[in-house]
Design a protein around this ligand. Structure first.
Ligand SMILES: [Mg+2]
Length: 246
């Protein structure tokens, strides 16, 4: 017997390794940027500084002190300071746009995702995605990952910056409304404690935390289960998704 009527997933860092794709896409874009070549900047050295700027500026974006655009421009501008390269906000945002466009070329499903989706489909469990982000970009990633082989397009919920973003319960509530379902028979799988676990549980759903980074929980919400890798979720599929140990 199925434990859940529906299982929905987050996308970035849940079904594929976003951090890896981010690194490869930004490095490729940087290598092709004429100013980098002209100034003899080594791409690995630059990326370490870029990553450091991302991590340092992120809290200011998260707490609203920086707009999304300012955050994106500043992290590139600051990554270049060591090399004494100054760029305008427009150039920085151009870089952001260029490398984001490349990300779908560098993504692959985590080990176990394809097998788990097959397994859940075979058990007639309703599948879907709830993801924050740019609609067209998220769709491009899903196409690249062939997600529509398992998940029908009407079960894809991509939020933008309209205020319905996770951890708000709006999107979780909308799924339940559209399916005339019950949140308690629904499971959400995601990597972010603050967005996915807290969002799902606040909406009355159950949560499965994919904790690839091993960061301890920041609140006392209680997920149904936590796993370190997607492969582990697949290996425990009978216990996590079915009621009996088949
Ligand atoms: Mg995520």
């Amino acid at each position: 017997m199925n434990r859940w009527k529906r299982v929905f997933f987050d996308l970035d860092n849940t079904l594929f390794d976003y951090e890896r794709a981010f690194e490869l896409a930004s490095k490729q874009t940087f290598s092709q940027w004429s100013a980098a070549e002209k100034n003899g900047v080594h791409v690995d050295q630059w990326f370490n500084l870029f990553k450091e700027a991302c991590d340092r500026l992120w809290p200011d974006y998260e707490n609203g002190h920086l707009s999304r655009k300012s955050y994106q421009a500043l992290r590139f501008q600051q990554s270049l300071q060591t090399f004494h390269i100054e760029v305008s906000q427009n150039i920085a945002l151009w870089f952001e746009h260029q490398f984001k466009k490349q990300i779908p070329d560098f993504i692959d499903l985590y080990d176990g995702v394809e097998l788990l989706l097959e397994f859940l489909c075979a058990h007639n469990i309703e599948l879907g995605i709830i993801s924050n982000g740019d609609y067209h970009l998220q769709l491009k990633k899903m196409n690249r990952l062939s997600i529509f082989k398992w998940i029908p397009s009407e079960n894809i919920y991509v939020t933008d910056e309209s205020g319905k973003v996770k951890p708000s319960s709006s999107m979780f509530d909308l799924v339940i409304q559209n399916r005339s379902g019950n949140p308690s028979e629904s499971l959400f799988v995601g990597d972010s404690w603050d967005l996915d676990v807290v969002g799902a549980i606040s909406a009355g759903w159950n949560a499965l935390h994919l904790n690839t980074s091993g960061v301890p929980p920041s609140t006392d919400h209680e997920p149904f289960h936590s796993a370190a890798t997607f492969k582990e979720i697949y290996e425990r599929r009978n216990v996590l998704f079915l009621m009996d140990d088949q």
